[in-house]
Unconditional design. Structure first.
Length: 263
């Protein structure tokens, strides 16, 4: 059955009005007709079976039943991702959404290359939110993770209060490149596996901080550490910023979440 995403306010009195983008997709791309049945997720965890009534510039339908969606992880995971250059952020948002991330907070760091006016950052955030919406629809999630407007790293960390806080840093690995001495690496960082507790209660909130292409500055790492973030490394190889987040999210979902659980 075809799956669509709708805003909660577009469901009223058992009827659904699809927005213009979804209406265009179901009419012109999928060529659905009146009487066809689709699934509509409201982005907040509810999934509706809808029979189409009108198909056009603004498609409408009637709700046949409300179902439950079991595609959400038992853990909450917020990705604090330093904004990379180009379209890498779209790939990060897409992969993270598919892996079950709960929220994405783009952050601006000392080595962030991209510089934009505040209004243009809001435009970028709206585009990334559309990517998250499409990824959620593709992978069967009924929840679309919010993508925030980028904000300075310090401000983002002040607002965060996760139960488990992980900051990935290439300097946390003994012998890593990037100008970090071995003594400093031993002092600040530990391997990821050694930083993870054996288990977490269902509903626990994990925060994951990933730096930009040039990595986090040592002052930023120290600032995160003083706020209770564990500084962790992944071993002898340095991952690209667009690889690191999804890779660790997959590890966390396999350990505490639902990755690999039978459907």
């Amino acid at each position: 059955m075809r799956r669509f995403t709708i805003a909660p306010e577009r469901i009223r009195d058992g009827r659904v009005v699809f927005d213009r983008d979804e209406s265009r997709h179901l009419a012109r791309v999928l060529r659905l007709r009146s009487g066809d049945t689709v699934l509509a997720a409201d982005g907040a965890g509810h999934e509706y079976t809808v029979r189409l009534e009108t198909v056009g510039d603004e498609a409408t339908g009637v709700v046949l039943r409300l179902g439950t969606n079991e595609h959400e992880s038992p853990i909450q995971l917020t990705l604090f991702q330093a904004v990379p250059k180009g379209d890498k952020m779209e790939s990060i948002v897409r992969a993270s959404t598919e892996l079950g991330v709960t929220r994405i907070v783009p952050v601006l760091t000392a080595r962030t290359i991209v510089t934009l006016e505040p209004g243009r950052w809001r435009d970028r955030a709206r585009r990334w939110q559309r990517v998250a919406k499409e990824a959620a629809k593709q992978c069967g999630r009924a929840v679309v993770p919010p993508v925030d407007v980028p904000r300075p790293l310090g401000e983002a960390l002040e607002l965060a209060d996760p139960d488990l806080r992980l900051c990935l840093w290439e300097g946390a690995v003994d012998g890593a490149a990037g100008g970090q001495g071995r003594g400093q690496a031993r002092l600040l960082g530990t391997p990821l596996a050694a930083s993870l507790p054996p288990a977490l209660p269902a509903g626990s909130h994990i925060g994951l901080l990933i730096g930009p292409e040039g990595g986090l500055a040592s002052e930023e790492v120290e600032g995160a550490r003083t706020r209770g973030w564990a500084i962790v490394g992944l071993g002898p190889r340095i991952l690209r910023t667009e690889t690191a987040g999804p890779a660790i999210i997959a590890v966390l979902q396999a350990r505490y979440g639902d990755l690999g659980v039978a459907g």
